[in-house]
Ligand binder design. Structure first.
Ligand code: GLY
Length: 370
């Protein structure tokens, strides 16, 4: 017998910048000209049917005027498109247009676009660079930062994907002005989540100022975008691959993701997370980690954001209970939850940030919720 050792120790630097500002298209072009994506000229601009005419077409045009060779690939908007089939269609389309390894991917859109395009970039030609140009509050607050890329499957959301960090993230606050109110509310759910888990002062700021987001108040939008980024990247920098701490970013998501799937995406991601946040607050109360007054404040803030905290009538609560078991935090068949420790903090359990909860405990809460 002969045995070999293939030594492949790696030092990887996946650091990247996030720019927050207004009308960042020219900035993007100038970064690309300075070699942001290895100096590649071929750009696969991936967007959805709503964002493409608003932003991606113009960005493609600018790329072309500046010596790049862009091709725009557009898929139908909505979470239902975030599936393997869409990825396959986009990939085949790119291949037919002569795209190989000498290209980069530019995702222009919200969370569905950045999740899908980032995953595609990670596997296309065994990996090409990608850039996120975030055009929604949800993408700004969560999806575009942190390198989680994935598609949904019929069983649950985000089950197939990669950790794949972008070369850079652009958060263009001008784009929030064209967002429907429902989309703003959805993004605010992730914002409230960040405040609940990490920053009481930010929570209070939201209580006092959140309504001004709907009026596109620039100082409030800027503060919210910056705080979301700060809170998210401070967690990701410590635990990129969710070995432990990053689980806290799943606050509200155990129930939230399950409701989102059971609703068959009638609920937007943030709308489902809002209900999940309330369920997990109730669980925190039952365990003595949170007061009823604090839960009331969370509920009032979510309502101020235009989010309902009631489980819609069309949701089958039994099916919802079963769906909880598709959560990626499940360990040894037990449901595990991230829980609040008052406002602005999550509870730590020894070295862990999520705790196993008996099915009967969470069932009680789900059955008692409005
Ligand atoms: N959206 C949760 C995370 O990025 O970990």
């Amino acid at each position: 017998m002969k045995s070999f050792n293939v030594t492949l120790k790696k030092v990887v630097d996946d650091s990247y910048d996030i720019d927050i500002g207004y009308g960042l298209e020219n900035r993007l072009i100038s970064d690309l000209k300075s070699g942001l994506c290895k100096g590649y000229k071929k750009a696969a601009v991936i967007s959805d049917s709503i964002v493409a005419p608003l932003y991606a077409e113009r960005i493609s045009q600018k790329l072309s005027e500046n010596g790049f060779m862009p091709e725009l690939f557009v898929f139908p908007e909505g979470e239902k498109s975030k599936v393997r089939k869409t990825k396959e269609i986009l990939e085949d389309n790119m291949l037919e247009h002569g795209f190989r390894r000498d290209c980069f991917v530019l995702a222009v859109g919200g969370g569905v676009v950045t999740d899908l395009a980032g995953f595609l970039a990670g596997t296309f030609g065994r990996g090409v660079p990608f850039v996120n140009y975030a055009t929604t509050l949800l993408a700004a607050a969560d999806a575009s930062v942190g390198g989680k890329t994935a598609v949904d499957t019929p069983l649950a959301t985000n089950l197939i994907g990669l950790f794949n960090q972008p070369q850079k993230v652009y958060i263009d606050l001008d784009t929030w002005k064209t967002l429907p109110k429902r989309q703003i509310s959805s993004g605010l759910a992730e914002t409230v989540k960040h405040a609940m888990m990490a920053d009481k002062e930010f929570f209070e700021y939201l209580e006092n100022n959140v309504l001004r987001v709907f009026e596109s108040d620039s100082s409030v939008c800027e503060h919210i975008a910056e705080k979301n980024c700060e809170i998210k990247y401070s967690v990701v920098m410590k635990d990129e691959r969710e070995a432990s701490l990053r689980e806290i970013l799943n606050l509200g998501h155990t129930v939230g993701r399950a409701i989102e799937t059971v609703s068959e995406y009638r609920l937007l991601h943030g709308e489902a997370v809002a209900i999940g946040l309330l369920a997990e607050c109730e669980l925190s109360v039952s365990m003595g980690f949170m007061t009823k007054d604090e839960v009331q404040r969370v509920k009032s803030l979510l309502h101020k954001c235009g989010l309902s905290t009631d489980i819609p009538e069309y949701i089958d609560r039994k099916q919802l209970m079963e769906k909880l078991y598709t959560d990626k935090k499940v360990r040894d068949g037990k449901l595990r939850f991230v829980l609040q420790d008052g406002l602005g903090k999550v509870k730590q359990f020894g070295d862990a940030w999520a705790v196993a909860i008996d099915k009967s405990e969470i069932e009680k809460i789900i059955l008692n919720m409005k």
